[in-house]
Design a protein around this ligand. Structure first.
Ligand SMILES: [Zn+2]
Length: 254
C-alpha cells in the first residue's frame, strides 16, 4: 500500500509499505477513506521535533472497517468509522471519567496517511457513522478524528456551563473547534484571541462574541476590560508552545 514516511526534516516520501494486519484480538484494520495533515505533523516535517529514523506519518483518519480481531464486538467489517489518534478501551476508570486520551491502555495511532491503518482497542477507539455519509460530510467527519475532539475536550475539562464567559487562546483548527464546543455547551460569551482576519471571521461564524487581537498581558487586560474587571470563567490555550501539540491546557483567570 502507499503511505507517507518522514525520513528527515523536509524529506517526506510516499512509499510502498506492507498492509497492516490484525495483531491483537482487540484490533481493527481499516481502509482509509480520508486522512489529512495535522499542524503537529508539520513540527516533525519542519524539524521542530526530532525524527528518529523513517517514521510513517499522519494520525487523523476515517475509513471503512476491513477486518476485526476476535474480541471486537461493537465494530464490524463494512462500517464507516471515525477514529481517534489515541486508542483507548473506553472502559477503564480514566475513560469512564471522560479522559480517553489518558486511558490506562492508550496507544498512539500513527501511520494514518496510508491506504490501510491498524487501530488498536477498536471497540473503544472507533465510532461508527450510521447510514451513508455523503461525500460533503467527509471533511467534517475527519475533523472529529482530532481537532474537534481536542477542542471539545478543552471545553469539557474546563467544565463550561450555560451562561459562562470563556476565552479561547489560539485560532488554529483546535481553537476554532473549541469555540464551537463552548457554544454547544452553552457559553454565553466566547472571547476568541486571534490576530488573523480570516480566522476571526470563522471564529465569529462558529459562535465567538468578541475578538481580542492583543496578546500576553495586554490581551489579559483587554479580557478584564471586556468583563467588567472580572475575567473569564475559563481560559484555554490551544496553540503550540513546547512540543505538546494537541493537548490543550486549561487555566482559570478568575
Ligand atoms: Zn481506558
Amino acid at each position: 500500500m502507499r503511505a507517507t514516511v518522514l525520513h528527515a526534516p523536509r524529506d517526506i516520501r510516499v512509499e510502498n509499505r506492507p498492509v497492516p494486519v490484525v495483531q491483537q484480538s482487540t484490533d481493527a484494520v481499516i481502509r482509509t477513506v480520508a486522512t489529512c495533515v495535522c499542524g503537529s505533523d508539520l513540527w516533525d516535517y519542519r524539524g521542530v521535533n526530532d525524527v528518529a529514523g523513517p517514521t510513517p506519518g499522519g494520525h487523523e483518519y476515517i475509513g471503512v472497517v476491513e477486518e476485526v480481531g476476535g474480541d471486537v464486538t461493537g465494530i464490524k467489517p463494512g462500517q464507516l468509522v471515525v477514529g481517534s489518534f489515541f486508542a483507548s478501551d473506553n472502559t477503564c476508570p480514566n475513560c469512564e471519567n471522560g479522559y480517553q486520551t489518558s486511558c490506562l491502555h492508550r496507544e498512539f495511532v500513527g501511520g494514518a496517511q496510508a491506504e490501510y491503518v491498524r487501530v488498536p482497542l477498536a471497540d473503544g477507539t472507533l465510532v461508527h457513522v450510521p447510514g451513508d455519509a455523503a461525500e460533503e460530510y467527509i471533511p467534517s467527519l475527519l475533523a472529529c478524528s482530532d481537532v474537534m475532539g481536542t477542542g471539545w475536550y478543552a471545553a469539557r475539562a474546563a467544565e463550561v456551563k450555560p451562561g459562562d464567559t470563556v476565552a479561547v487562546v489560539g485560532d488554529g483548527a483546535v481553537g476554532l473547534c473549541a469555540v464551537i464546543a463552548a457554544r454547544e455547551l452553552g457559553a454565553e460569551r466566547i472571547i476568541a484571541m486571534s490576530r488573523h482576519e480570516p480566522r476571526q471571521k470563522l471564529a465569529r461564524e462558529f459562535g465567538a462574541t468578541d475578538i481580542v487581537a492583543e496578546r500576553g498581558q495586554r490581551g489579559a487586560a483587554r479580557i478584564k476590560e471586556l468583563t467588567g474587571g472580572i475575567g473569564a470563567d475559563a481560559v484555554w490555550r490551544l496553540s503550540y508552545l513546547s512540543g505538546n501539540a494537541c493537548c490543550p491546557s486549561t487555566i482559570s483567570v478568575n
